[in-house]
Design a protein. Structure first.
Length: 450
């Protein structure tokens, strides 16, 4: 026996509860219902739902984790709520022209969902709306936003077409769509965000719209079949690892207005011609960037080393937490600006680099010994003041020296004959040459310095 419980909420007749036999296979929702709440969730044998004209909303979790395969979407339907069909066996979705909104996880993990037709009136596709589904093709109308991971890990998805006027494509929106071969991107978007198309292993060519100004970090990382990239004239910035691991990339144009190519943007792009890499280096030279090598240690991003052309002013990348031991040792540097996330500058980080000026933000709490050794012309500019972790210090160490000697000069000790052990004080300092340290300096004022 089927029992329904309804109530009025926000001016709508809502179906809030049902009592269904466990083996029920088909349900007909009463004609006066305008919204379905979490009602049919978990009914594994339920295969078909007949929804009435006049229904405006399928609410959160309405059919989640049920066995539903077939649902008619009435023309009156406006919204499908969070996880409404999560992990169901639904095979197709074709809502009417009044349909405007798909909420988070609405059709996520539907491994039989292949056919989806989205109406022109749709405005929002929320995070994970179709992630891990069995879609093969999708045409997206001019929506306000496509959310985070909206179509991520749709491993059967072959083609994507988005209409001009779409305003935003979220991070990882199509990440992991490993069969995706064709993408038509809309005019109107300003940015390809972080990991939007990462790990689309079958993608061979991408043409970016004229409105795109920025390509986010790892946007196309791991697109191993990508051979050709067409960049728009208005592009200004390519972020960290944007095309990293695109090992078959052979052709890419660089527009004249491109202002910044961030570190490792083309890492492991083995087939990219040297002429393209020369252009990247020349852009880096203009803005004071080198090729940086970084790693993660203990949850921190550690800057290990750098190579390549370094301009008059070197900017440490924004994502760096620690500048590692010997990171710039022996590099020829003039002026360095440490990023406002870094906390540690390790031993000998800039030793023998010839560095003349460095700006250190207040986030830096620790500078290890000899960080600036061998930089006799250096001036140090601080956003705040040197803190405890910067101060000059002494450490008791045991050194091999002439037995019974009472040397106090460490340099002298190193030159003496070696016969036995003695405990001495070894002088340690981040600034052994005692070069000028200026405090409470604003970055804009530092940049005005000649």
């Amino acid at each position: 026996m089927t029992e329904f419980e309804k109530k009025e909420s926000e001016g709508k007749v809502c179906l809030t509860w049902t009592s269904l036999p466990d083996d029920i296979r088909e349900i007909t929702v009463p004609e006066d219902v305008q919204k379905i709440d979490c009602t049919f969730s978990g009914y594994k044998k339920l295969k078909r739902a007949i929804l009435p004209e006049g229904l405006e909303e399928i609410g959160d979790n309405a059919f989640a984790c049920s066995g539903i395969e077939s649902v008619n979407f009435p023309a009156s339907l406006r919204k499908v709520g969070k996880s409404a069909f999560f992990q169901t066996e639904i095979t197709s979705v074709c809502p009417g022209e009044n349909f405007t909104e798909i909420e988070m996880h609405a059709f996520s993990c539907c491994d039989k969902l292949k056919d989806v037709v989205l109406p022109v009136g749709l405005k929002k596709i929320a995070a994970n709306a179709f992630s891990d589904s069995a879609l093969t093709h999708i045409e997206v109308p001019a929506v306000t936003s496509i959310g985070y991971k909206a179509f991520a890990c749709c491993k059967s998805l072959l083609t994507v077409s988005m209409k001009d006027g779409t305003e935003e494509i979220g991070e990882q929106a199509f990440c992991g769509c490993e069969a995706l071969k064709e993408i038509v991107l809309p005019e109107g978007i300003a940015e390809i965000k972080k990991e939007t198309f990462a790990k689309c292993a079958a993608l061979e060519k991408i043409v970016l719209p004229s409105t795109v100004k920025r390509i986010g970090s790892r946007a196309f990382e791991g697109c191993v079949s990508l051979k050709e990239v067409v960049l728009p004239d208005g592009l200004e910035e390519i972020m960290f690892y944007a095309f990293s691991g695109c090992e078959n990339l052979e052709s890419i144009n660089f527009p004249e207005g491109l202002k910044k190519v961030n570190n490792m943007a083309f890492y492991n792009c083995y087939k990219l011609p040297e002429t393209c890499l020369d252009i990247v280096r020349s852009i880096k030279l203009k803005v004071g960037e080198a090729d940086f090598y970084m790693n993660e240690k203990g949850g921190n991003v550690v800057l290990l080393s750098a190579e390549g052309a370094i301009a008059d002013t070197l900017y440490i990348p924004d994502n760096v937490d620690v500048i590692d031991i010997n990171a710039f040792k022996g590099n020829r540097l003039s002026r360095v600006i440490v990023n406002k996330r870094a906390t540690t500058i390790c031993q000998s980080a800039f030793e023998d680099s010839g560095l003349k000026k460095i700006y250190i933000p207040a986030t830096v709490k620790e500078i290890k010994e000899n960080a600036f050794a061998g930089c006799p012309e250096l001036s140090i500019y601080c956003e705040g003041e040197p803190c405890e972790g910067w101060k000059d210090g002494e450490e008791e160490v045991r050194k091999l020296v002439e037995t019974g000697a009472e040397w106090t000069d460490y340099q002298h000790m190193k030159e003496s004959a070696v016969y036995g052990f003695v405990t001495v004080k070894e002088y340690k300092s981040y600034n052994p040459e005692k070069r000028p340290v200026y405090t409470h300096v604003l970055l804009e004022d530092f940049l005005k310095e000649d």
